[in-house]
Design a protein around this ligand. Structure first.
Ligand SMILES: Cc1cc2nc3c(=O)[nH]c(=O)nc-3n(C[C@H](O)[C@H](O)[C@H](O)COP(=O)(O)O)c2cc1C
Length: 226
């Protein structure tokens, strides 16, 4: 990013934000034909994001809503992409877990700024089997497993020492029983109805095209106004 004077050099935050560079020059070119399956194009773009050094390109934003329509969103890590959909994981008793149980409609948003690319995946979330969730859990580090098992995620934490004690006790439990799987750990699959690919153009002639589900494995595609 080119040097931008500090915020204090501007009359207000609005002026500073306007001075920050957006969508630096890039070529609005995709490197191949439009495949029949959106997952094929997604994985091609993700491979290109990895190859060009995007930081943590497998990170995404999951948007959910309560049954009453209150919207929520948070970053998380993509765990897999297969013929069923896009996989991620977390705990069922977290806010996201409760929201998905009450309202399975969700979206994932990927943004790779170095490539000027965004992908939006929208659809319904299905819970993976206990076996798939257990495999996902056991692939995590011991500390990550302990945090997932011990945490009352997103609840107020009155005392940091309580967290340390809970995690230490769970690490000891996992070391004694390496096959231990936390009851609330869940792998979820976002089964898409639509997947949109967005490609920045420095001249604002952004390219957008959307896949819409037309059958179990069939998709229609359309170009969208930028
Ligand atoms: C880059 C990044 C990756 C994350 N990965 C996960 C993840 O894979 N699963 C998860 O439950 N939370 C993950 N988190 C934490 C979530 O953003 C969030 O704080 C947590 O899941 C609680 O969300 P909730 O209160 O909406 O349930 C990640 C956060 C960041 C910034």
């Amino acid at each position: 990013m080119p040097d931008v004077p500090p915020r204090s050099a501007y009359p207000d935050t609005r002026a500073w934000l306007r001075a920050l560079p957006a969508l630096p020059a890039r070529s609005a070119v995709d490197s191949g034909p439009v495949p029949a399956q959106p997952s094929t194009l997604f994985l091609r773009w993700l491979e290109e994001a990895v190859a060009t050094g995007e930081p943590e390109p497998q990170a995404t934003v999951l948007s959910t809503a309560t049954a009453a329509g209150e919207v929520d969103a948070r970053a998380l890590i993509l765990k897999d992409v297969d013929e069923r959909g896009w996989w991620f994981s977390g705990t069922t008793d977290s806010p996201k877990g409760r929201q998905l149980a009450a309202n399975p409609a969700a979206a994932l948003t990927f943004y790779w700024p170095g490539l000027g690319r965004q992908v939006r995946v929208r659809g319904r979330v299905e819970a993976g089997t206990a076996e798939v969730s257990a495999r996902d859990y056991l692939e995590r580090s011991v500390t990550a497993r302990a945090v997932a098992a011990a945490s009352r995620q997103s609840e107020p934490l009155a005392d940091e020492a309580e967290y340390d004690r809970a995690v230490a006790a769970t690490v000891a439990r996992i070391e004694a029983d390496p096959g231990y799987v936390a009851a609330g750990w869940q792998a979820w699959c976002l089964v898409p109805d639509s997947v949109e690919f967005w490609l920045a153009d420095p001249g604002r002639r952004h390219r957008r095209w959307r896949y819409r589900r037309a059958g179990a494995t069939e998709w229609s595609t359309e170009t969208l106004w930028p």
